[in-house]
Design a protein around this ligand. Structure first.
Ligand code: ADP
Ligand code: ZN
Length: 744
């Protein structure tokens, strides 16, 4: 018997670390004596050397084993966080997502962190908040002291402050100047009372009374259990009062000390939605969207993570924001495709939110007037609870539809003669009009009158759009810009014409027809300017007659009380697209735009201009309902073996040379077929060129993999991605996996 072997108790501690890298693996580092007393836990950031650089990594786990020789491992250079940056539940969500979307965990994690955290900055201290309240003097004599026209700003501020026991300085300074605030402080009307985060004041939680629900809202509300996990789909026509239900559910969860995550599809909707929440609740509302500065992002993140903010309102990426006491998740306009990230880490925020709710054991509500076929399918399969609101809340009536046959009418700048008459009548009756055209710019093409030459983007398979105000031809796919053409580069002819209609042209024409009426264009070009949306709302809220001309930005969720006429200039564009989702999109878009009409007291009208006014799909949509329309589409999808009845995954590849992308996917298919032969359970299609093959000088191809069972596809992909990483050709292409693709 020998007793010479040393005891193995002193095995070195190793951490598995995820770094921002396209590789689907983690990296092992040694925890040296220096850090052993307080080794970095799962979810903490560390600084490590990676190749020739030092990078920030996130610890995935602590271990004593490594596939590499211990003496070859590099040491952790520095430990940044003493406490995990991400709570365990969120960490699990990331791991689930990386597995489900077959995306590198490091890339997934780091892209979700605010930039400043990615760079290693520490969390800000709890924000010092300044709060204001009306003094006793202010309550007794404030109004009197501020009499007179010159002081109307100060009086308005006093009114504002009187609504709440405490008002945050940040919120005051959004609408009033610092000077105004100082003046009323000097007069002893208002005072700065406390500094530091506030607990939610449950006795004064509500700033306005909730509406009393109508019977169908009440039925939905009664069904929703705010304890424990469950998924509800509120399938309610536009204006049916879904938001009121969200607000009342949020109230419940705040009352038992929890937070709400509310997701909306579009950043331009945030001010309106934010206002509705702030008007109702006396709590902190943190915002999370792409319009924030890095510092603002970090602050919102911290407010949600520490529980300071009772409500977190955001777009897609908000699904990855930690919350201290999550209580409910709400996804408004759940059908919207902006919930799916379209490059890099191609996750669906809606689907991840459902997973998150399940892991956090909290309820989730999906809401839409035009639910996705996926969600309707999930209701049918009893995975989601289907709640239907079929009538508008309050007094508003559903709009009536009428068709305009473009074949038999004179059309100018996209507007048919009878449509123009209807607009004239509405304006004459002092009403507001929304004109919808899903093409920004002046005209979608610049053509030569003599030879038919058409100006194309040098980088994409796309025409250049004419932008008249900027005197530019612009590619809407890669943002290539050049001056307008005055001569045809092909035949030297001197008549180049702007062909077709965009919002800019329709706007110009309508302004010409209605010189005394404000015509406001709302699209990506006009709303880039700060406050442009606000200016639009101000005009619309004033109630005076006006004409809005806009793209799908206007179709989403906005609430305009005074619009009575909606004119859709081109209902056909979605009818003939090769994408299998195009009919679903068309139905959603038309129903949503129509829903902007007649939300107030006056009944609304919708005019659809089409070359095919008798198209059976348009008929079902306009004469029946979105419900019938979606049922019809689901039948078609079932027959065609498409999602949601089959699972679909794309392997996407793009390269500077088309043959590289295609050859890579050809090998990918071979690898895949070696794992899972084509046949009963899994089918392959491609490689095929993407719908727009060349974009931004890259040639894009897809390999389509479909199957009846998610588990088969998951198994296949989890093997396949490692094979693909090893292919020599992988170095010449950019490739990625797109699970549940939204576009082909
Ligand atoms: P949705 O979110 O379904 O589009 P909203 O919640 O925005 O609908 O409600 C549409 C309009 O109806 C709003 O002006 C809202 O104030 C009003 N409303 C909602 N619920 C009620 C109710 N129970 N009684 C009266 N008005 C209501
Ligand atoms: Zn281009």
């Amino acid at each position: 018997m020998s007793h010479s072997k040393p005891s193995n108790n002193a095995k070195p501690l190793i951490v598995r670390v995820a770094v921002l890298s396209p590789l689907r693996r983690t990296f092992d580092y040694l925890v040296t004596d220096e850090f052993v007393a307080a080794p970095p836990q799962r979810g903490c950031r560390v600084r490590v050397s990676f190749g020739k650089r030092e990078v920030i990594g996130l610890v995935i786990e602590q271990t004593h084993k490594s596939d590499f020789a211990i003496d070859k491992l590099k040491p952790v250079v520095a430990v940044i966080d003493a406490e995990p940056l991400l709570p365990e539940s969120l960490f699990k969500l990331f791991i689930w997502a990386a597995n489900y979307y077959h995306h590198p965990i490091g890339d997934a994690l780091f892209n979700a962190l605010p930039v400043r955290l990615r760079l290693g900055q520490s969390l800000p201290l709890p924000k010092v908040t300044k709060w204001w309240r009306v003094t006793d003097t202010g309550k007794e004599r404030g109004q009197e002291m501020l009499r007179g026209g010159r002081l109307h700003k100060q009086r308005a501020l006093l009114d504002e402050l009187s609504k709440k026991s405490l008002t945050r300085q940040g919120n005051i300074l959004k609408f009033y100047t610092r000077a105004t605030l100082q003046r009323i402080e000097e007069k002893g009307i208002a005072e700065l009372v406390c500094i530091g985060p506030q607990e939610v004041d449950l006795d004064n939680l509500l700033l306005e009374q909730p509406l009393s629900l109508n019977p169908s809202q009440q039925e939905a509300m009664d069904a929703i259990d705010c304890h424990g996990f469950n998924t509800w789909l509120i399938d309610g026509v536009t204006g049916s009062g879904k938001t009121e239900i969200y607000l009342q559910c949020i109230e419940k969860v705040i009352r038992y000390g929890r937070q709400a995550l509310v997701m909306i599809p579009e950043i331009s909707l945030t001010p309106q939605t934010e206002k509705r929440f702030r008007d109702r609740f006396n709590v902190e509302v943190a915002m999370m969207h792409s319009g924030l500065t890095d510092q603002e992002r970090l602050e919102s993140w911290t407010e949600a993570a520490t529980g300071q903010a009772a409500i977190l309102l955001g777009t897609r990426s908000a699904v990855f924001t930690p919350m201290k006491n999550p209580g409910i998740i709400i996804i408004d306009e759940e059908h919207d495709q902006s919930y799916k990230q379209q490059d890099g880490f191609r996750y669906s925020a809606r689907d991840l939110a459902v997973i998150r709710a399940k892991q956090e054991k909290i309820p989730i509500i999906l809401g839409s007037a035009t639910p996705s076929l996926e969600s309707l399918h999930n209701c049918e399969k009893k995975r989601y609870q289907h709640l239907i609101l079929s009538t508008r809340a309050g007094d508003a009536q559903p709009p009536t539809w009428s068709m305009v046959d473009l074949k038999s009418e004179q059309v100018e700048s996209g507007v048919a003669a009878s449509t123009l008459n209807a607009i004239r009548e509405a304006i004459h009756n002092k009403q507001q009009v929304l004109v919808f055209l899903n093409r920004r710019g002046f005209a979608p093409a610049m053509l030569c009158h003599y030879c038919g030459f058409c100006a194309e983007c040098p980088n994409c398979d796309a025409r250049l759009t004419v932008h008249r105000r900027h005197q530019r031809l612009i590619c809407h796919h890669c943002n290539y810009k050049r001056g307008l053409l005055h001569w045809c580069p092909s035949c030297r002819g001197d008549r180049m014409v702007a062909a077709g209609d965009g919002t800019e042209r329709s706007e110009a024409w309508l302004q010409e027809c209605f010189p005394d009426t404000p015509v406001l264009r709302v699209d990506r070009d006009t709303t880039r300017k700060k406050n442009a949306m606000q200016a639009m709302y101000d005009t619309v809220d004033s109630g005076a007659p006006c004409i809005l001309v806009g793209t799908q930005m206007l179709a989403k969720g906005h609430h305009f009380a005074n619009i009575t006429l909606v004119a859709v200039l081109d209902a056909d564009s979605g009818l003939f697209s090769p994408d299998f989702r195009s009919h679903e999109r068309l139905g959603q878009l038309l129903t949503q735009v129509a829903g902007r009409s007649g939300r107030g007291k006056m009944a609304g009208k919708v005019i659809l201009q089409s070359h095919q006014p008798d198209h059976p799909l348009l008929e079902v949509l306009t004469q029946q309902s979105y419900g019938e329309y979606s049922t019809l589409l689901r039948k078609q999808r079932k027959q065609a073996e498409l999602p949601p009845f089959k699972q679909l995954i794309l392997v996407r590849a793009d390269a500077a040379h088309a043959q590289n992308a295609e050859a890579f996917l050809q090998s990918a298919r071979q690898c895949a077929e070696a794992i899972f032969p084509s046949g009963e359970t899994v089918n392959y299609l491609g490689p095929l060129p993407a719908l727009m093959e060349r974009r931004n000088s890259r040639h894009r191809y897809v390999l389509q993999i479909s199957g009846g069972r998610r588990s088969d596809l998951n198994f296949l992909l989890s093997q396949l991605v490692f094979e693909l990483e090893k292919l020599p050709m992988a170095r010449h292409v950019r490739w990625g996996v797109d699970v549940d693709p939204q576009e082909l």
